[in-house]
Design a binder for this molecule. Structure first.
Ligand code: PAF
Length: 271
């Protein structure tokens, strides 16, 4: 356990952990705010986790700005930043990986082989290192949330997983560190994801329950955007990530950038 966490725990303080890969935006900072409201002390981790990027993904070009990240975290009132090196996290002799079966397999699991094993491994290590009472994740990565919840239950990690709402730009685009890859034209095209979710939520509110028809509402809106290439557009159960369910989940390529978004259709679309 980190020395600071050990000391704080000894003093009877509650600890919230906000795991991040840096390149911070208002979505991360909203998780820090939530963690500050619910805990005596907040630790944010900043670690671009190489093993959750599949070969050919954007590990090398993933945005990194450690100075800005540290400034934002300090301004937002975190008590400690945990920034391990790759060598400390994964020494060459390390042979252990954490695999969560079931919920990690469909959708992102198909599109990004090894991704959730990388996430489950690093999240396990972060939870062991910091030993928080609560850990905070964004709803935008809904399948990651489901994988982490399963992991924590299965390994009796004794940490509460808290989920913060997706933070959106004025036009509905979900904040993501990868949005910096988008050209101006691609950034406009990215609004098609939230437009599709909104249309499906409207259809659901009007009484539509047929999963095929809800899926085709999503797809037809996305396919109307010439720059969007749909990877998947499904309506699934938020616990298993298989149908039927009410969680609309999208993965869409716009240029070289792959964006994901989701919305529970039984809830009004925000904004
Ligand atoms: O959501 C992220 O930023 C990452 O997947 C996480 C949870 C920090 C693990 O590297």
């Amino acid at each position: 356990m980190l020395d600071a966490s050990r000391r704080w725990r000894g003093d009877g303080k509650s600890i919230g952990l906000v795991p991040t890969m840096g390149a911070l935006h208002a979505g991360h900072l909203s998780l820090v705010d939530l963690a500050r409201r619910e805990n005596d002390l907040v630790v944010a981790s900043v670690f671009v986790n190489p093993i959750q990027f599949a070969p050919g993904e954007d590990f090398e070009r993933y945005p990194r700005d450690p100075i800005r990240d540290a400034e934002l975290l300090e301004q937002s009132g975190v008590d400690a930043i945990y920034r391990p090196s790759v060598e400390a996290m994964y020494p060459p002799e390390a042979r252990t990986r954490v695999h969560v079966s079931g919920v990690s397999e469909p959708l992102e699991g198909v599109a990004r082989p090894g991704h959730f094993e990388g996430v489950a491994t690093v999240v396990s290590k972060l939870l062991i290192a910091v030993a928080p009472d609560r850990a905070y994740f964004g709803q935008k990565d809904a399948q990651q949330v489901a994988v982490v919840k399963r992991l924590v239950r299965d390994l009796d990690l004794g940490v509460e997983i808290r989920v913060g709402p997706t933070v959106r730009e004025a036009d509905g685009v979900a904040l993501s560190s990868r949005n910096v890859y988008l050209s101006a034209e691609e950034r406009s095209a990215a609004a098609s994801l939230c437009a599709a979710l909104r249309m499906a939520a409207d259809a659901y509110a009007a009484g539509e329950r047929d999963p095929d028809r809800l899926r085709s509402v999503l797809r037809s809106r996305l396919e109307a955007e010439p720059l969007a290439v749909v990877d998947y557009a499904e309506v699934v159960d938020p616990g298993t990530f298989r149908g039927p369910g009410t969680l609309a989940v999208l993965a869409v390529r716009i240029g070289r950038t792959r964006l994901i978004d989701n919305h529970d259709l039984s809830l009004e679309f925000p904004g």
